[in-house]
Structure formats: structure tokens, C-alpha cells
Design a protein around this ligand. Structure first.
Ligand code: MV4
Length: 445
């Protein structure tokens, strides 16, 4: 087992990892930018190394400084959390070359799953359901037009180097195909240096339902059931829940099997997430595979009583999993509390938290790094806390979420709490009747 883990991240996820390391008797090293000198992950780690100034590119993304911090503190592993370098193949490779265990996917795995057309082709070979469309990258607009005619409109053009909605265009009729092709390729070239495009039949009003998986070094994998992440705004998840209100036992069985099939086919090691699109007929299709721990992992932990960070560390240390799958015993909802103003287009609202009271009580979990007097730096993403409520039923979990949101005091900045409070009163949300289109029609009162 590792003696010392360097956490190459900040905020709530850095704290989350430090907590589990401490419970496992593993020493921790925090890295921080000058803007985070007063952050809690610095305070709670056993050691802390400043790796640079505020901009991420000079600190949390600066591979040389992070590796140097690991060397001088003699860390034997690095946990990247999510975001930053968590899915950076080069960083995974550099860790391996420095004989530092990267608690995440190998460079090869990151590359294979990061190239969306390759990931999809791999999943198709494995027998995982995929959306009908082109066989890999499209060679020309003529080929795109031909396939679109064969499939019928609407279609979805996707950048193979994209993901999370970037470099994607829905095309509803033939005359719109070429302009969409040109703009998507230009956007992808500019953003990723790669303009490879593929095409799929457009799935209308899909749900985003993802399956948590864990694979070990023997090539065995298990799943921990689903998370419904359909409530998103501009591809940013706002709230997630498990079980999905759209799920049936048969669908969970089938999706879980597919996710394990996918993970074992690619010999996936560590914690990962297989994302699916689910249409209104409950057909599910592979969308993407994420090779990192995700923001929303706590709702899974709460309903199957399992510490995902602990399992990530154990698997990275060579400990095998049992292979048992996990099914929700409870219902859990996460609301992402962002320093944003929902009354003004969710615009960022950084600044000093002048007063803070966190909700508590049975079934309430708050994963956060903020404290009264904490100044939210403008350099990083706007999420400041995750409020998770867990209960025997969805109705009770919603009720508990309302009570917890009402109890959550954050003064000095605007937050998305008022949005979440109104969401919990929204008839379609309460009915579990929402898809990825839900936020297009949502209006704050
Ligand atoms: C789709 C789709 C409809 N049809 N693919 C969005 C980001 C990336 N994960 C893939 N996404 C989509 N792919 C086909 N063939 C609709 C989306 C989509 C979406 C998916 C999940 C969650 C939110 C979304 C918001 C807009 C579009």
C-alpha cells in the first residue's frame, strides 16, 4: 500500500481525497497555488508544496512543478482528482516514467477513450449498444451527406477529439449539413488541433444516464449502478440523482451488464464512468467513457455504502475487487452549489464569504472546502460545495434537500442555491419527468 499520496488538485475534491487517505493511514501532500495558500486542503494535508501562481496553467496544470513536488516529498503516488490533469495522457505517462503511481488510467487508456470515434468503435466491437452512424471518422462532406441521406435526418456531427458537447452540431436538414460541417471542424481544429468528425443518428430528448464502474489489475470489473445527470445547462451538470427516476430493473440490469462488458473488454483499471444516452423508448447507447473519478461520485457512495476514493487507491495498489455489483438501497440527490447568480444568467460571483452555515442532520452530506471568511478566487471553476441528501425514497430525498437548502447560509456572494430550491418545487422535476432538454425551458421566478 502507498505510504504517501500527493493530491494534484484543489477545493472539495482535494479534501475528499485527503479524508480517505487519513482513514487509510496514508500520508498526504497537498499542492497549491499562491491563490490557495489559505485553502483547507493545505491545512489538512500532512505536507503542502506551493507549485506556482494563481493561473492554472502555471500551477495545477504545471506538470513539471507537480512532479517536482512529488519528488521532494517522496510521494509514491499521485491522485489527480477530476478536471486539471486527471485525463491528461502525457501526465499519466510522466508519472509512470518517474515511478510514481498515477491513481487513474494509463496514457494508452486515456488516449483510446479520449478519442471519441475510437472509443465508440471499441465499444461496438465489445458488443455495447452504440448510436447508428458513420464507421469512424468521415473522410469528406460528400461521405457525410451520403450517410445522412441513408440514415435520414436529423443527425449529429461530433468531433472525435471533442466530448462534453464541444465540437458537436445537430443537423436537421440537408442544406444545413455543409455549414455545420465547416463550423464544427473549424471549432474542433481550433480547440483540439484535430478536426476529425464522425456522425450519428440524432437521439431526440435523451436522458444522460451514466454507470459507475471499478476495474482491477486482473481485468475484472464491477458496476455500482447509475446516476441520472440529465439536468445540465450548457453541458454543465447542475444536479444528479440515483436511482434514475426513468430506470427500470431490466434497464439497470442491461446497462450495468453493458458497462461491465465495456470495462472488461478494454481491461479498464480504476474507477471510471460509462456514459449512455437513453431515448424515450428506454433504448440506451454508449456516449463516452470517463477515465476519472467524477464530481457526482458521492450519490453513488451514499446509496451503495462504498468509498469510491478508497477503492481507487486500493486498486491502484494492486488489490483485487470481488467482482460483486452494487445496487441502490436508498435514494440520493446532489445539488452543485456554485458561486453564480441564477437571476443573472448564472454569471460568476466570486468574492469573500462573510457568513457561512452548512446544513446537517440525518441524510445530509456537504462536500466543500469553503469556510466563513474564505475568499473565492476568480481563477478556478465556480463550484464551491456539493449538497447531497439521501433517504429511503425519492420524495423524502427531495424533501430533505428542500430543508437543507433552506438551512444553507452563504452570505457575501451570490450562489445557485435559489435555483436548486426552485428546482425542487418544479412539477416536472418532482415527477421525475425531465430530459437533457429540461433546462432550455426553465425560468427563475
Ligand atoms: C448526442 C445527443 C443526441 N444524439 N448524440 C452531449 C455531450 C456529449 N456527451 C454527447 N452529447 C449528446 N450527444 C446523439 N447521437 C445529445 C447530446 C446532448 C447531451 C447529452 C447528454 C447530456 C446533455 C446533453 C446536452 C445536449 C446534447
Amino acid at each position: 500500500m502507498f505510504k504517501k499520496i500527493l493530491i494534484a488538485n484543489r477545493g472539495e475534491i482535494a479534501l475528499r481525497i485527503i479524508r480517505t487517505c487519513k482513514e487509510m493511514g496514508i500520508k498526504t501532500v497537498a499542492v497549491y497555488s499562491t491563490a490557495d495558500a489559505e485553502s483547507l486542503h493545505v491545512r489538512f494535508a500532512d505536507e503542502a508544496v506551493c507549485i506556482g501562481p494563481a493561473p492554472s496553467s502555471d500551477s495545477y496544470l504545471k506538470m513539471s512543478n507537480i512532479i517536482a513536488a512529488a519528488e521532494i516529498t517522496n510521494a509514491d503516488a499521485i491522485h489527480p482528482g477530476y478536471g486539471f490533469l486527471s485525463e491528461n495522457a502525457k501526465f499519466s505517462q510522466i508519472c509512470e516514467e518517474h515511478d510514481i503511481k498515477f491513481i487513474g488510467a494509463s496514457a494508452d487508456m486515456i488516449n483510446r477513450m479520449g478519442d471519441k470515434a475510437t472509443a465508440k468503435a471499441t465499444m461496438k466491437e465489445a458488443g455495447v449498444p452504440t448510436v447508428p452512424g458513420s464507421e469512424g471518422i468521415l473522410e469528406s462532406i460528400e461521405e457525410a451527406a451520403k450517410i445522412a441521406e441513408e440514415m435520414g435526418y436529423p443527425v449529429m456531427l461530433k468531433a472525435t477529439a471533442g466530448g462534453g458537447g464541444r465540437g458537436m452540431r445537430a443537423v436537421w436538414n440537408p442544406e444545413d449539413l455543409e455549414p455545420a460541417w465547416d463550423s464544427a471542424r473549424a471549432e474542433s481544429k481550433a480547440a483540439f488541433g484535430n478536426d476529425g468528425m464522425y456522425m450519428e443518428k440524432l437521439i431526440e430528448e435523451p436522458r444522460h444516464i451514466e454507470i459507475q464502474i471499478v476495474g482491477d489489475q486482473t481485468g475484472r470489473a464491477c458496476h455500482l449502478s447509475e446516476r441520472d445527470c440529465s439536468v445540465q445547462r450548457r453541458h454543465q451538470k447542475l444536479t444528479e440523482e440515483t436511482p434514475s427516476p426513468f430506470m427500470t430493473d431490466e434497464l439497470r440490469e442491461a446497462m450495468g451488464k453493458s458497462a461491465v462488458l465495456a470495462a472488461e473488454y478494454i481491461k479498464y483499471e480504476g474507477a471510471g464512468t460509462v456514459e449512455f444516452l437513453v431515448d424515450k423508448h428506454r433504448n440506451f447507447y454508449f456516449m463516452e467513457m470517463n477515465t476519472r473519478i467524477q464530481v457526482e461520485h458521492p450519490i453513488t457512495e451514499e446509496v451503495v455504502n462504498y468509498d469510491l476514493i478508497r477503492e481507487q487507491i486500493k486498486v491502484a495498489a494492486g488489490i483485487s475487487i470481488s467482482g460483486k455489483n452494487y445496487f441502490p438501497e436508498l435514494h440520493s440527490i446532489e445539488c452543485r452549489i456554485n458561486a453564480e447568480d441564477p437571476y443573472h444568467g448564472f454569471r460568476p460571483s466570486p468574492g469573500k464569504i462573510t457568513n457561512l452555515h452548512l446544513p446537517g442532520g440525518h441524510g445530509v452530506r456537504v462536500d466543500t472546502h469553503v469556510y466563513s471568511g474564505y475568499v473565492i478566487p476568480p481563477n478556478y471553476d465556480s463550484m464551491i460545495a456539493k449538497l447531497i441528501t439521501t433517504a429511503q425514497s425519492r420524495e423524502e430525498a427531495i424533501n430533505k434537500m428542500k430543508r437543507a437548502l433552506d438551512e444553507f447560509i452563504i452570505e457575501g456572494i451570490k450562489t445557485s442555491i435559489p435555483f436548486h430550491r426552485q428546482l425542487m418545487d418544479h412539477p416536472d422535476y418532482i415527477a421525475g419527468n425531465y430530459t437533457t432538454k429540461f433546462m432550455e425551458d426553465f425560468e427563475m421566478e
